[in-house]
Design a binder for this molecule. Structure first.
Ligand SMILES: *Cc1c(COP(=O)(O)O)cnc(C)c1O
Length: 428
């Protein structure tokens, strides 16, 4: 018997490549068919067949307050009733920019865009325009969206020239992106020395979230700050996941290292499509229509519905929120570690506040290579066992679990129980 999800997925595959509008949604790495979601409420989602799950994806990060928060829904409804888009400035954009500048230490000025991809793409163009240099340094396993400059892997001559990691990216573009290992400060210093004064920017996820959660090692972020400051290289923290997630001011506040530019996404839109890039006034003042006139524009940028959802979300992120999130996520991690111990397993967890990953490897994970050493078949089995027990995780080993304010103690307990049974089923 076909489920409604299966019927929808079959139909979707006829008209949408792979049946999904973003490949991470397909259950490729874990097998089976994706669940089509009918609705969400708080910490739960319900699929097209009426099955309810405790959700740890949270739309891949944005839903720090949970699904369909009543006050945010009401605010968005009210905004929609007043007109959905004008292509002219509105008051909510000013309030939003003021709030972001207040919350995020590095941000003196900020531009709103429609996705994290647009934010990072615009930030490196600005860094290049501002410095008059061409190359960027990025890190293995970090994800900055799908702009060409980031779809580059280390080439045969890794320190000087990258190779496209997707068809359609030109070797010319690849030549300007240098990829070095995450948490490897020496590699950064070497790349800077070898490329002289050609480096416009270093871009990093200050806590890696797209190879599973990997925190920065002590001194790594400060080391990046020092080497970039010395060479007048623009340091960009891609805080699309960590912004408003690991603290009010993101990872830069948590670790006390201030970048030149910051890219934001996910939480900043409260579940609607928003990205942003901001930072030092001197650099931001080179964006069109100012200074060096670095190009950047958007028909729907600063959209009133999206700004309302974002503003109403951000202004609810009081310090107490992060204490509550920490308590919930810590309880979850502790429960999982106790389960592992009880079952005689030595798999690793990494956690920073409310983002965490259970890695199916016995070796601590501090690099992309270490993450890649995980047993992905075992993860796939674990994923399916959890799904069957009503817990919806990201369908890949290389993702974070996102705990939201809507997860109750009962949700956490239920998840810990499911984790025990799922792990037991995996290894028996
Ligand atoms: C999700 C993500 C992006 C891309 O954002 P989109 O809104 O999906 O384009 C960029 N950087 C990081 C760190 C991300 O996690």
């Amino acid at each position: 018997m076909n489920t409604r999800s299966k019927t929808l997925f079959d139909a979707a595959q006829q008209v949408i490549p792979g049946g999904v509008n973003s490949p991470a949604r397909a259950f490729g790495p874990v097998g089976g068919d994706p669940r089509f979601i009918a609705k969400g409420e708080g910490a739960r989602i319900v699929d097209a067949d009426g099955t309810s799950y405790i959700d740890f994806v949270g739309s891949w990060g944005p839903l720090i307050l949970g699904h369909a928060h009543p006050e945010i829904v009401a605010a968005v409804n009210a905004a929609a009733a007043g007109g959905t888009s004008f292509g002219a400035p509105t008051e909510i954009e000013v309030k939003m920019a003021q709030l972001v500048a207040e919350m995020v230490p590095s941000v003196e000025m900020v531009r709103m865009v429609n996705s994290g991809t647009e934010a990072t793409m615009s930030a490196i163009r600005l860094a290049r325009g501002h410095t008059g240099r061409n190359k960027i340094i990025k890190f293995e396993g970090c994800w900055h969206g799908h702009a060409d400059s980031f779809l580059i892997q280390a080439g045969s001559s890794a320190l000087t020239m990258g190779a496209p990691s997707s068809p359609g990216v030109t070797p010319g573009t690849a030549a300007d992106s240098i990829t070095v290992p995450f948490n490897d400060l020496e590699a950064v210093e070497k790349a800077v020395v070898e490329n002289g004064d050609e480096i416009a920017a270093v871009i990093v996820e200050p806590v890696a979230g797209n190879m599973g959660v990997i925190p920065p090692e002590p001194g790594f972020l400060q080391g990046l700050r020092d080497v970039t400051a010395e060479m007048d290289i623009v340091l960009i923290f891609d805080e699309v996941i960590t912004g408003f997630r690991v603290s009010q001011g993101g990872a830069q506040e948590l670790y006390g290292v201030t970048p030149d530019l910051t890219t934001l996404g996910k939480i900043i839109g409260g579940g609607l499509p928003v990205g942003a890039f901001g930072g030092r006034r001197e650099i931001m003042s080179d964006i069109s229509p100012l200074g060096k006139m670095v190009s950047q524009a958007g028909t729907l940028s600063g959209n009133p519905l999206a700004m309302t959802a974002g503003y109403e979300t951000l202004r609810r992120l009081e310090p107490g929120v992060y204490e509550a999130l920490e308590a919930k996520a810590q309880a979850l991690e502790t429960g999982i570690l106790e389960n592992l111990k009880a079952l005689g397993l030595n798999y690793q967890t990494n956690r920073v506040g409310s983002i965490m990953t259970l890695f199916f490897t016995e070796v601590p994970v501090a690099s992309f290579d270490a993450a890649n050493a995980c047993d992905q078949d075992l993860f796939a089995r674990y994923f399916r066992e959890m799904l069957n027990r009503g817990v919806y995780l990201a369908p890949s080993q290389f993702e974070a679990a996102f705990v939201s304010l809507a997860h109750s103690d009962a949700d956490i307990d239920k998840t810990i129980k499911a984790n025990y049974e799922a792990l037991k089923a995996c290894v028996s």
